[in-house]
Design a protein around this ligand. Sequence first.
Ligand code: URA
Length: 246
Amino acid sequence: MKRERLDKVLANMGIGTRKEVKQLVKQKLVVVDGTVATDPGMHVVPEEQEISVDGEPINYKRWLYIMLNKPPGVVSATEDNLHETVVDLLPYEWAIKVFPVGRLDIDTEGLLLLTNDGQLSHNLLSPKKKVDKEYFARIQGRVTETHVQEFARGVELEDFTTLPAKLEVLSSGEISEIRVTIMEGKFHQVKRMFAAFDLEVIYLQRIRMGPIRLDESLKPGEYRELTDEEMEFLKAYTQKEGPAQS
Ligand code: URA
């Protein structure tokens, strides 16, 4: 386990700035393993030592894995000059640590993972891993069996041909409802795949990424940490080489 400066650990947890944390230490409000800390630069192993601030024990976690039901109108970024970002929806102590694993368009809703684990994020986004992403969508226009077959063959777009995609038609009419599973994550991919057949996506929601399914009890804008079980699935899944299975 890594040893780190006490003030850095507390600042990373959102307790305050390094300067504010130093003040707390000076006021004798920080206790490490039952002893009042006197040096903000003392080294601690936060996973193993009991640290409290003003009598409140802190629950240190080095790694964070969050599932967000992304609402429309927020951007999948940590900073933006114009719009609210997905990290703005989180509590401060999480927001300062995590970044989104990939992007959803501003108008797309649904499952977005956020973490500070760069390796896991890399594994989930690596084209080599072919992590499958499942979406629910409403389409302006009639989606038919022909589209299902075209998607299964892979759709030719301007800059590339997609891998075979699984399209399920839930209802077909002036507005159709579908589920689609794709294995890449190119910019506007689902919208572009339908646009290739003159069809417009009017609502898009991601419902699954690899082994992680959107928790239906989360309303748009709500989030929770991944469960231990989800973490096990995710780690096993991303360690596999080659095409992943769902
Ligand atoms: N495909 C899209 O077109 N948009 C998204 O946000 C995700 C996949």
